[in-house]
Design a protein around this ligand. Structure first.
Ligand code: ATP
Ligand code: MG
Length: 511
């Protein structure tokens, strides 16, 4: 048997699956594509997360597009974090190209141009379904992590959440959160101190400054109603194809803090609402994060810990996370070690540092009789990648230099009018894009302060009248509730908000 035949059998055996699988392309040997030596990723292990890495322009985003399309075809909904705005073309079929036909002939699978069901979402004022969450939903633990506050300040945040819970003051947006802090420093100082313990104005001031910082990154757009229901990410169209939900994030590149906040919130929400998956053999939702280095860039250690924890846990909910980035080292080791599928596009060896990185990357791949991994890494062409997946038993598949299939949808972006039509036809827009600012902590506290001021003025007038009448009765009526016998910390720990706080529970789980 020739080398090629042996290799063909080796790949076919290594990538054999019983259940459904996604075909990514055909394996290559000595730079030549071996037709029909198909590299297939079992649907069953797609919830084991993955990495798509490689130098700029080598085809990472197109690989993401190929995976998203094939998942959709298999009935699995997808969520794409589109940093560069180059993925909207998925909603239109590929115009085709002789080069694409050539590619597919070499691989051994037909090329079938088609479009996919797409929903456009947005975190800011860009067009698309608005993604929002309320401050209460985050809970005090997560909010504290996001703001990066000290332990003492986190304690204050817990107390204020508890106060708002007890007094039925909904914390919806950052305006509400700032108001309660101000209230705690000024008008409500005595009242809160009596019931929950004294709040240091310096700490409250420090928290306030952190909120303003988050607001300046656009956090005010993200916090509020109507809060996004993550079940809406799980839609399937009338033909049984999973929706590809694209979050347009082109305006978030310079706001990494807002982005990591959003990602963590989304993952926490998914973790807390999705049911535990048995061995269903198919994922519930696959999330791709293009330009993933942005999440990790400015995240605090506390936030990174939470992201690591949730990556570990979310798998059991049938959710797979795929990080797309230039260099594998952009992703923290603790996350990297949890990734099942690895698609490594070409790396460039310009400097000594590059060569070192290539050596390191090569060492992280399974050994192969067929490839010198470090050499292959620098010689891969565009739209080619080294792949290592997990087979249905969870064991790494043979390493395969792969000629990747082309996206079935358009590789270019939608025209403005196409985007408008797509957004115009969205059912979710009607559900989420109405501005709501219902009565919440901000309005209710303002009302309370006004009422107190009015009462104070009335009281003053009454006293003056009484003074003139030389009345002896000077007793003030006190309608305050009885002081609770429980200690402040006990009260905080039993607060519904604390219990609701998903990540508080998570932290306990992983310790
Ligand atoms: N699988 C593929 N089939 C056909 N052409 C491809 C494929 N992958 C990449 N290409 C070609 O390479 C170009 C660059 O690919 P892509 O935008 O995916 O690179 P990238 O690695 O994401 O780059 P960047 O780091 O700049 O975002 C594409 O516009 C396309 O022409
Ligand atoms: Mg890209």
């Amino acid at each position: 048997m020739s080398d090629q035949n042996v290799f063909f059998d080796y790949i076919n055996e290594g990538y054999k699956t019983k259940g459904d699988a996604l075909t990514m392309g055909a394996a290559m040997l000595d730079g030549t594509t071996v037709t029909n030596a198909l590299v297939r990723v079992p649907l069953k292990t797609m919830n084991r997360h993955g990495l798509i890495a490689g130098a700029t322009g080598t085809g990472k985003t197109k690989t993401l597009q190929v995976l998203a399309e094939n998942l959709s075809d298999a009935g699995v909904p997808v969520l794409l974090m589109d940093m560069k705005g180059d993925l909207s073309g998925i909603a239109q079929p590929s115009p085709g190209h002789p080069k694409i036909d050539e590619r597919h002939e070499a691989i051994g699978i037909p090329f079938e141009p088609k479009k996919f069901p797409v929903e456009i979402l947005s975190l800011s004022e860009q067009d698309g379904v608005r993604l929002r969450a309320t401050v209460s939903e985050f809970g005090p633990v997560l909010i504290s992590r996001i703001l990066g506050v000290s332990e003492t300040q986190a304690g204050i945040i817990s107390i204020l959440f508890k106060y708002c819970d007890d007094n039925k003051l909904p914390l919806l947006d950052l305006k509400d959160f700032k108001k309660i802090l101000q209230y705690a420093m000024e008008e409500g100082k005595a009242e809160i101190a009596k019931e929950y313990g004294r709040i240091s104005p310096a700490s409250a001031g420090a928290i306030l400054r952190k909120i303003v910082e988050l607001e300046q990154q656009g956090g005010d757009l993200f916090f509020g109603e109507k809060s996004f229901d993550t079940d809406d990410l799980l839609r399937v169209d009338e033909n049984g194809r999973g929706y590809i939900n694209i979050v347009r994030l082109t305006d978030i590149q310079d706001k990494p803090k807002l982005f990591s906040t959003f990602m963590l919130c989304l993952l926490a929400e998914i973790y807390s609402t999705f049911p535990e998956q048995g061995d269903s053999g198919r994922p519930e939702l696959i999330i791709f994060i293009d330009e993933a280095h942005l999440i990790f860039k400015e995240a605090s250690d506390a936030l990174l810990d939470q992201i690591e924890a949730i990556v570990k846990l979310i798998r059991s909910k049938g959710v797979g996370l795929y990080f797309v980035t230039q260099n594998p080292t952009d992703v923290p080791d603790a996350v990297l070690s949890q990734l099942g599928l690895k698609v490594q596009h070409a790396l460039r060896a310009f400097t000594a540092k590059d060569r070192k990185a290539i050596k390191l990357t090569a060492e992280n791949y399974p050994l192969s009789d067929y490839y010198k991994t470090d050499e292959v890494l620098t010689s891969l062409g565009i739209g080619e990648a080294l792949i290592s997946a997990l087979n249905e038993k969870g064991i790494p598949t043979p390493l395969a230099a792969t000629l990747l299939r082309a996206p079935m949808s358009r590789m270019d972006v939608l025209e403005d009018h196409e985007l408008e039509d797509l957004i115009g036809a969205s059912k979710l827009i009607k559900k989420y894009n109405k501005e709501v600012d219902r009565e919440s902590a901000y309005e209710l506290l303002n009302e309370k302060i006004e009422k107190a001021n009015a009462e104070e003025a009335k009281e003053k007038a009454r006293k003056e009248r009484e003074e003139t009448k030389r009345s002896s009765s000077r007793r003030r009526s006190s309608s305050r509730s009885r002081r609770s016998s429980r200690s402040p910390i006990e009260k905080v720990l039993t607060s519904p908000t604390v219990i609701r706080s998903v990540l508080g529970i998570l932290t306990k789980l992983i310790k």
